[in-house]
Design a protein around this ligand. Structure first.
Ligand code: HEM
Length: 225
C-alpha cells in the first residue's frame, strides 16, 4: 500500500517537472518522425501510400485510446498531475487524424476535392471516418483556456463528452474497412479497450448518482435549540 502511494507520489512529481510536457511532446511526435524518415529513405514497403494512410489511421486510434485512459488512470492511481497531459494528448489525436485525412486526400484522391466529396458520400466507411473528423474539429478548437472560459465549464464538458461518440465512429470505420477482409482481430482489441474505458465512466457515473441519492434521502438531524 505504502509502495503504491510512493509510486503515485513519484509519478506525480515527475509529471509536474518542467521537462515532462516537452518529453511527452517529443515522444508523441516519434511516429510522425518515423513516417517522414521512412518516406524519405524509401522504407515504407511496396505501397508507401497505403502504408502512410493506414499508419496515420492506426496512430489516430492509439492516441484516442491513450487520451481516454488518462482520467481512469488519474483516479485509480490517485495521480491528479496526469490531467496536465490530457489536452496535449487530445491534440495529438487531431494531429494524426489531419495527417490521415491529408494522406488519403493526396495519395488516394490526388487532392481532387470534387472526387473526395463524391467518395465520402459513396463509401460508408469513409463517411463514418469523416464524421469522426468533423466532430473532433470543435473539440480541438475549444481545447484552449480562452475557449473553455468563453463556453463555460458545463457546456465545454458536454462538448468534450463527444470523445466517446468519436471513438465509437473510429471503431465502426475500422470495422467496416476490415469487413471486406474478414480480419477483425485488431478491431476487437481496440473496441474492448474503448468499451472498458466507457464502462468505467458509466460505473463511476451511476455510483456518484447513487451516493447523491443516499445523501439526499438520509433523515435530517433534529434541529437544535
Ligand atoms: C477519428 C477519425 C479516424 C480514425 C480513428 C481512423 C482510423 C483508421 C484506422 C485504424 C484505419 C485502418 C488502419 C489499418 O488497417 O491498420 C483507417 C484506414 C483508413 N481510413 Fe481512417 N480514421 C479516421 C478518419 C478518417 C477520415 C477522416 C478519412 C478520410 C476522409 C479516413 C480514411 C481512411 C482510409 C482511406 C483508410 C484506408 C483504407 C484502405 O487501405 O483500404 N479515415 N482509418
Amino acid at each position: 500500500m505504502a509502495s503504491a502511494q510512493g509510486r503515485a507520489k513519484r509519478l506525480g512529481a515527475w509529471l509536474t517537472h518542467p521537462a515532462a510536457k516537452p518529453v511527452l511532446f517529443a515522444l508523441a511526435l516519434l511516429p510522425f518522425a518515423w513516417l517522414v524518415y521512412g518516406a524519405v529513405a524509401n522504407k515504407l514497403g511496396a505501397n508507401p501510400a497505403e502504408y502512410l494512410i493506414r499508419s496515420t489511421g492506426d496512430w489516430t486510434l492509439r492516441f484516442l485510446c491513450i487520451t481516454l485512459a488518462v482520467t481512469p488512470l488519474r483516479v485509480i492511481t490517485a495521480t491528479p498531475a496526469l490531467a496536465r497531459m490530457r489536452r496535449m494528448l487530445g491534440l495529438f489525436v487531431y494531429f494524426y487524424v489531419v495527417l490521415h485525412l491529408l494522406c488519403y486526400s493526396w495519395f488516394d484522391m490526388g487532392l481532387d476535392f470534387e472526387d473526395i466529396a463524391k467518395d465520402i458520400a459513396k463509401r460508408p466507411f469513409i463517411l463514418v471516418g469523416f464524421s469522426a473528423f468533423v466532430l473532433l474539429t470543435p473539440m480541438a478548437a475549444t481545447s484552449f483556456n480562452r475557449a473553455i472560459r468563453a463556453l463555460g465549464a458545463q457546456r465545454w464538458q458536454l462538448l468534450h463528452r463527444l470523445i466517446y461518440l468519436i471513438a465509437g465512429l473510429g471503431i465502426l470505420h475500422f470495422f467496416w474497412m476490415r469487413a471486406g477482409k474478414n480480419n477483425f482481430g485488431e478491431v476487437a482489441v481496440y473496441a474492448a479497450i474503448i468499451a472498458a474505458f466507457l464502462g468505467w465512466r458509466l460505473f463511476k457515473y451511476v455510483a456518484r448518482k447513487q451516493a447523491a441519492r443516499h445523501a439526499s434521502g438520509r433523515p435530517q438531524s433534529p434541529a437544535r435549540g
